[in-house]
Design a protein around this ligand. Structure first.
Ligand code: PEP
Ligand code: MN
Length: 337
């Protein structure tokens, strides 16, 4: 339920409404938009049936939220959310580019690519220390040692860093090093993990599951938001279809659909969607044209030697060329780059 407050509602009136709603066993989420302050009353709404909230002083109107996801819905918040990560704003006018290797391999290799992508205009550094590999015999990531390298490369270049969490037990450790926590596609419905990151204040990059519908995707975002963390970035990274020419199928229509249904920023990862470096550029351009707020692009100075996803990683020179082309696309759709 959304309780829209009158512009002249006093603090006492708001407190009174909040107390009443909490007393009915619902949780209260205040949202201060540019035009209106609203209260989201989330939980079992049947308790509200017998309470005429619209009769309370300070209340303008009371509306149900029709969608199963509440806090992340456009109904709950009309304005786009902008997530501020150390001054890098995701969801604003500027398109942000996250880049870096699939996995952190060592300090030197990471720093080299971090410096290169920063020089080309990337604004956030990525790198996996805990890798969700299909085979248990493939490189699993360096763990905490890798996180130290990532933090170091982030500090050296001034880029905020994002890395994936796979296990709720690692939350405190990862929070020490990362500026954004990534929930990978394979964990989109790991509800325990979602609740765990939801109980922190760290921005979360939530990737769409391989076979996740848009509704399921937003329900997973709702899990995070329901724990109090509303710093959520949605990431479309391709879905599994019958097509095998590409690693996955990039669902470009997810961008305008999510834009309509949710206020959360939308990032697109063309690398994991297509799985081949030469297909990354066209899909990256298409994603910006379709309205993405950011991109996540895998890069590596020496992809032939990469321990993970070398085939889809861009070399610094190709990344630089792509960034130049992307800035023209961004300009065409009235975005800063
Ligand atoms: C990744 O970004 O490193 C990754 C494993 O991606 P996804 O979860 O989308 O497969
Ligand atoms: Mn990868």
């Amino acid at each position: 339920m959304i309780i829209v407050l009158r512009p002249d509602a006093t603090e006492e009136q708001v407190d009174h409404i909040v107390k009443k709603v909490k007393g009915l066993g619902l949780s209260v989420h205040l949202s201060e938009g540019t035009e209106r302050k609203i209260i989201g009353a989330i939980g079992d709404e049947s308790a509200l049936v017998t309470t005429p909230l619209d009769a309370f002083p300070g209340v303008e109107k009371v509306m149900p939220i029709m969608k199963p996801y509440k806090l992340v819905s456009r109904e709950f918040q009309k304005e786009d959310s902008v997530i501020d990560v150390k001054g890098v704003k995701i969801g604003g006018k500027k398109v942000q580019v996250i880049s870096g290797p699939c996995s952190i391999e060592n300090q030197t290799i990471l720093l080299e690519i971090a410096k290169a992508v920063k020089k080309s205009g990337a604004t956030i550094l990525r790198g996996g220390a805990f890798k969700p590999r299909t085979s248990p015999y493939d490189f699993q990531g360096l763990g905490e040692e890798g996180l130290k390298y990532l933090r170091h490369a982030g500090d050296e270049t001034g880029l905020p860093v994002v890395t994936e969490i796979m296990d709720p037990r690692d939350i405190d450790m990862i929070c020490q090093y990362a500026d954004i926590i990534q929930i990978g596609a394979r964990n989109m419905q790991n509800f325990r993990l979602l609740k765990e990151v939801g109980s922190t204040k760290k921005p979360v990059l939530l990737k769409r599951a391989l076979s996740g519908t848009i509704k399921e995707f937003l329900m997973s975002a709702e899990y995070i938001a329901s724990q109090g963390n509303r710093n959520i970035i949605l990431c479309e990274r391709g879905i599994r279809t019958y097509e095998t020419a590409t690693r996955n199928t990039l669902d470009l229509s997810a961008i305008p659909v999510l834009r309509e249904l949710s206020h959360l920023p939308i990032v697109v990862d063309p690398s994991h969607a297509v799985g081949k470096w030469d297909l990354v550029a066209p899909m990256a351009k298409a994603a910006i044209a379709a309205g993405a707020d950011g991109l996540m692009i895998e890069s590596h100075a020496n992809p032939e030697e990469a321990l993970c996803d070398g085939g889809q990683s861009l070399k610094p020179k190709k990344f630089d060329q792509l960034m130049k082309a992307l800035s023209r696309v961004a300009e065409a759709v009235d975005r800063d780059f």
